[in-house]
Ligand binder design. Structure first.
Ligand SMILES: Nc1ncnc2c1ncn2[C@@H]1O[C@H](COP(=O)(O)OP(=O)(O)OP(=O)(O)O)[C@@H](O)[C@H]1O
Length: 450
């Protein structure tokens, strides 16, 4: 697969011969190109000191963080203000939350001490590795040591990026790690972390353990989606915090065009065949169940496509998961099939289409209901940082209309529109016409080449 979207292969070359016709096609399909600028009006020098900016300047440049994003400009000064306070920040998918906690994490570290000083918690191995990659780039001139912690023993470091599970057996016993110098604890995708009872038990022990630290550690939570139950769970562990929340409507990803197609399993398979015959693009395909992920993977392989599947729950080794996500980042295959394990946080800006093989649902006392948060997170894997993306959700045509009801509930919940496409061909035409507009970063990632 090509490494850059500026060279999108034969189909695009064909299209680029007829730009006027294409634009006409775009208009007739009533696309509205919405490019959201998520940058703050303030410069880095206005939110961190000159000296600090010098320390991370190379990293900011490498990451193309030319200016702080809105959430970075809002959160960084608050986190760093004295005296330290606890915060919860809500901000949309792809708005730059990672930088908003990585920058303060770096400046929280006293380089003269080798102790663990910052803990960053996230919900998946892929996410903690991604956060470490951003930290490594930003901190490259600082000498700060950053490690990820999972099952294996970790080396001593100053910033530990890990999952809550890691602490289950690390706070007591022979393998315990010394956390007496921890001054900042960050929760990324905090709603996912605080949703699970098993995590709450671990976090309660951790927070109690850190209570005797001097100074008292600061807790900072970042999330895109949020519900009342999660807030209660957070309050039970991090008792006091200032919240900066958004209305649900503000979470709508303006750049992501959302469609649905009523399709049984045969039609979905046919869609995948036709889609991958025409396009070799960077796609993420989500499904609720592992067995469906395996079905899709087998079907796509049978049709001769280079795809990979990444599922959680201990089914795959860490090495295998790392190989697959790293391969996807390098675009060494066309499509990544996954369950919700990759719905959150994963940032691969080249993803220009998300396919929901089924509507995300969650089980509540035996009843299935729409999984609003995971719908939003799944489609948020495209349209990163204000770019345009495309999302297609398949709806099973059941007789009692339950699936359609779920889709309509998602629309209502977010106050958004998910447009129907009547046929596979209609969607493929839309995609063909939209392709030049999807993820069109120029080399410096600072603008759009149209
Ligand atoms: N200041 C900035 N300037 C330009 N690009 C940025 C800036 N901050 C972040 N980005 C880019 O925006 C994209 C999304 O950032 P990030 O992954 O931090 O989003 P997020 O808010 O954590 O999203 P999600 O909730 O989906 O995890 C990344 O590709 C990142 O490189």
């Amino acid at each position: 697969m090509e490494a850059s979207k500026s060279n999108q292969g034969s189909a695009l070359e064909e299209e680029s011969k007829e730009p006027n016709q294409l634009i006409k096609g775009m208009r007739s399909l009533q696309f509205k190109k919405i490019v959201q600028d998520l940058h703050s009006k303030r410069s880095w020098k206005e939110i961190i000191s000159n000296d600090e900016e010098k320390k991370i300047k190379d990293g900011l440049h490498t990451l193309s963080y030319t200016k702080p994003s809105i959430i970075q400009a809002a959160a960084i000064p608050k986190i760093r203000a004295s005296p330290n306070e606890n915060f919860l920040f809500q901000s949309g998918n792809g708005s730059g939350k990672t930088g908003a906690f990585c920058v303060p994490a770096i400046f929280a570290v006293d380089p003269s001490s080798t102790d663990y000083q910052v803990i960053i918690l996230a919900n998946s191995r892929e996410l903690i590795r991604q956060i470490k990659q951003v930290l490594d780039v930003l901190s490259k001139n600082t000498g700060i040591k950053i490690e990820i912690g999972e099952d294996a023993e970790i080396k001593q470091c100053q910033i530990l990026v890990t999952t809550p599970n890691y602490f289950a057996n690390k706070l007591t016993g022979r393998t315990s790690i010394k956390l007496r110098a921890i001054k900042l604890v960050v929760f990324d995708e905090a709603d996912e972390i605080f949703k699970h009872q098993s995590n709450l038990e671990i976090l309660e022990v951790l927070v109690n353990y850190l209570k005797s630290n001097t100074p008292f550690p600061q807790y900072v939570l970042f999330l895109a989606t949020l519900d009342d139950e999660v807030i209660e769970n957070i309050k039970s562990i991090v008792t006091e915090f200032n919240s900066f929340k958004l209305k649900k409507e503000a979470l709508v990803l303006k750049g992501v065009c959302q469609y649905y197609l009523v399709a049984d399993i045969k039609k979905r398979r046919e869609f995948l065949q036709k889609y991958f015959d025409m396009f070799k693009q960077c796609a993420m395909i989500f499904t609720n169940q592992k067995k469906t992920a395996i079905f899709i993977q087998d079907a796509l392989k049978e049709l001769g496509n280079s795809t990979e599947m990444l599922i959680g729950g201990g089914t795959m080794s860490f090495q295998e998961r790392d190989r697959i996500i790293d391969g996807f980042r390098k675009q060494s295959f066309h499509a990544l099939i996954s369950t919700n394990v990759l719905a959150r946080g994963i940032d691969v800006p080249e993803v220009d289409i998300v396919i929901n093989f089924d509507i995300p649902v969650t089980s509540n006392e035996g009843y299935y209901e729409p999984d609003y948060a995971n719908y939003q997170h799944r489609i948020g894997r495209t349209g990163r940082f204000g770019t345009d993306g495309l999302a297609l959700t398949f709806v099973e045509n059941d007789n009692d209309g339950v699936n359609m009801g779920h889709l309509k509930s998602i629309e209502t919940h977010y106050g958004t529109e998910i447009k129907e496409v009547k046929s596979i061909e209609e969607f493929l035409e839309i995609y063909r016409a939209m392709r030049p507009y999807l993820f069109v970063y120029n080399d410096s990632k600072q603008g759009f080449d149209i």
